[in-house]
Design a protein around this ligand. Structure first.
Ligand SMILES: Cc1cc2nc3c(=O)[nH]c(=O)nc-3n(C[C@H](O)[C@H](O)[C@H](O)COP(=O)(O)O)c2cc1C
Length: 149
């Protein structure tokens, strides 16, 4: 079974909600999904999964939270198939800094898929966007995998 790791950091719950919707969507597509809250418990080994999805909120003028930086450093290599999502708020620096941590993670991991950016909580009108993105991630992975076979 294809296995995905979702590793996310959340302070006030928005990014956690996105992670939950992504998890539900991928489970409904028949994938094996493991969720890791960054900073809680032992760090999973991305090598044991077919792909990793990393989610983060953005802090202090476009900053990536220290927990997330530590997680990236602790993994100590760049997994190949990485997908990125983030939550943020445009009132903290407009479009330029909105979900900046997600942009930086995408660049770092050279993710081939556009990161998902959610303003605050995904529940309500943005939920559909999360579901579509998660389905798109699965399709993207399937496409890449088919090319490799
Ligand atoms: C002090 C502070 C600084 C923030 N800075 C930014 C920022 O630079 N860019 C951004 O998009 N969001 C920023 N935010 C908004 C958070 O990223 C947003 O509320 C996010 O959804 C929180 O995620 P969480 O609920 O998972 O902790 C900031 C929030 C706080 C409280």
């Amino acid at each position: 079974m294809v296995s995905f790791l979702i590793a996310y950091a959340s302070w006030s719950g928005n990014t956690e909600e996105v992670a939950e919707i992504v998890e539900e969507t991928l489970l409904s597509e028949g994938l094996d999904v493991t969720v890791h809250r960054i900073g809680n418990g032992p760090i999973p080994n991305p090598r044991q999964f077919d792909a990793m999805i990393i989610g983060s909120f953005t802090w202090d003028k476009g900053a990536t939270p220290d927990k997330v930086k530590d997680f990236v450093a602790d993994i100590s290599y760049k997994p190949e198939n990485v997908y990125v999502f983030g939550t943020g708020d445009t009132q903290f620096g407009g479009d330029e800094l909105f979900c900046h941590a997600a942009d930086k993670l995408k660049r770092f991991y050279e993710s081939k898929y556009e990161p998902l950016k959610i303003e605050q909580s995904p529940r309500g009108i943005q939920e559909k966007k999360v579901i579509e993105w998660a389905k798109g991630v699965h399709q993207h992975w399937q496409h890449l995998h088919a090319l490799k076979c």
